[in-house]
Design a protein around this ligand. Structure first.
Ligand code: TRP
Length: 326
C-alpha cells in the first residue's frame, strides 16, 4: 500500500507566518483578528467534520446531492484518463463520489489531495488506499498557495477540485489571485471544479453558521485553545462567545469571537497581555456567498470561464466547472 502513496510536505517559499507572529499582530490591532488557517489543526479539522453533519449546515449535504446526481457526467466532462487534484481535501468524504465515478471509467486513478493538516491528510490517504486498490495517491501537506507550485504533472487532463465552498473563505481579491495562479499552471485541457455557496435568505445562512448545538462555536474557539497550548496563553475560552452575522452588502458571513466582559489575557511565550473590552470581538473568518454572475465576474480576470454549472433544486449551492478562457 505504501508504494501507492507518495507523501510530500511542501515547504513554502516564504516561511509560514508562525502562530506567535499572528497573535502579536492580530490581537494588538484595533480590529482584532486571527488568520483563518490557524482554525485547522487536527482538533479543528475533526470539529469541522462534525459541522458538516449538523442539521442547519446545508452546504456539505447540498454539495453532496449535486455530486450524487452528476459525478459521472462531471468526470466525463473532465476528459479521458483524468487525474484528480483536490485543494483542502479534509476527510475526502464527498470526493469519493468523484473518485468512484472516475474509477468506473478508467483502470487506474491518480489522486492528489492537498491539506494543511499533515496528520489528518496522512490518515485520510491511507484509508482511501486501503479501500481502493486501483488508486495512487500523491499527498501534499501544504497551504493552498504553496501547493500551486508543487502540483504534479499528469499525462492527461487534471481535474482540480475546490469543494465545500472553501473559495468563500477567501476575500474576492484573494480568490481572484488564487484562481489566477492556478490558471497560470493549467494546461489547456485541465479543468477546475468548484463548490460555491449561493446568496440566499439571511435566516438560512445565519442558522447554518450559528448552530443550536454550538459545534461551530467549539470550532471557532479552538483557535484560543491552540494559543493556550502552543504559546502558554491564558484565555478563559468560555468567556468568548461565537457569533456569525451575515453582511448582506458584502454577501458574507463573518465569524467572530466576542469577549464576554472586560478581559486582560496574558500570552506568556510572546510576553504580551491583550486587552478586551466587553463585547469586543476577534475576527476569525469570512464565508463569502456568490451568484453565478458575481462568480463569473471573479473568474474572468483570472483567465477562466464557467464551462458548465450544476445546482440543487432549491438553488442554494452550485458546482461550477471552469476552463481557461484563452
Ligand atoms: N468553507 C465552508 C464554509 O464557509 C466551510 C467552513 C469553513 C466553515 N470555516 C467554517 C463552516 C466555519 C462553518 C464554520 O461554509
Amino acid at each position: 500500500m505504501e508504494s501507492r502513496l507518495e507523501f510530500i510536505e511542501v515547504r513554502g517559499e516564504r516561511p509560514q507566518q508562525p502562530l506567535c507572529r499572528a497573535v502579536i499582530d492580530g490581537l494588538a490591532a484595533r480590529q482584532k483578528s486571527l488568520p483563518t488557517h490557524f482554525l485547522y489543526d487536527r482538533a479543528g479539522s475533526e470539529l469541522f467534520e462534525r459541522i458538516t453533519e449538523l442539521p442547519e449546515y446545508y452546504p456539505t449535504r447540498t454539495e453532496r446531492s449535486i455530486l450524487e446526481a452528476n459525478a459521472p457526467h462531471m468526470i466525463e466532462a473532465a476528459g479521458e484518463g483524468a487525474a484528480l487534484v483536490e485543494f483542502g481535501s479534509g476527510s475526502s468524504a464527498k470526493t469519493r463520489l468523484l473518485l468512484e465515478a472516475a474509477m468506473a471509467r478508467q483502470p487506474e486513478l491518480k489522486y492528489v489531495p492537498i491539506d494543511i493538516s499533515a496528520d489528518f491528510l496522512r490518515s485520510t490517504a491511507q484509508t482511501l488506499l486501503s479501500e481502493y486498490p486501483r488508486l495512487r495517491v500523491t499527498a501534499l501537506a501544504a497551504e493552498y498557495f504553496d501547493a500551486i507550485d508543487a502540483l504534479p504533472a499528469h499525462d492527461g487532463p487534471r481535474l482540480i477540485l475546490f469543494l465545500g465552498s472553501n473559495i468563500g473563505n477567501m476575500t474576492h481579491a484573494e480568490a481572484a489571485d488564487f484562481l489566477g495562479r492556478v490558471r497560470a499552471r493549467m494546461e489547456p485541457q485541465d479543468r477546475i471544479l468548484l463548490g460555491v455557496d449561493l446568496v440566499k435568505d439571511r435566516a438560512i445562512l445565519e442558522a447554518a453558521y450559528n448552530d443550536a448545538q454550538g459545534v461551530t462555536g467549539l470550532f471557532n474557539r479552538n483557535v484560543l485553545h491552540r494559543i493556550n497550548r502552543e504559546l502558554n496563553g491564558h484565555f478563559d475560552v468560555e468567556c468568548f462567545r461565537h457569533h456569525a452575522p451575515y453582511d448582506e452588502r458584502m454577501a458574507r458571513i463573518e465569524m467572530r469571537l466576542h469577549s464576554v466582559g472586560e478581559q486582560h489575557v496574558a500570552v506568556d511565550d510572546v510576553e504580551r497581555t491583550f486587552d478586551f473590552a466587553d463585547g469586543e470581538y476577534i475576527h476569525t473568518e469570512w464565508s463569502h456567498k456568490y451568484t453565478r454572475e458575481t462568480f463569473a465576474a471573479l473568474c474572468a480576470p483570472a483567465g477562466l470561464e464557467i464551462a458548465e454549472a450544476w445546482r440543487d433544486p432549491r438553488e442554494w449551492f452550485a458546482m461550477m466547472m471552469l476552463r481557461p478562457n484563452r
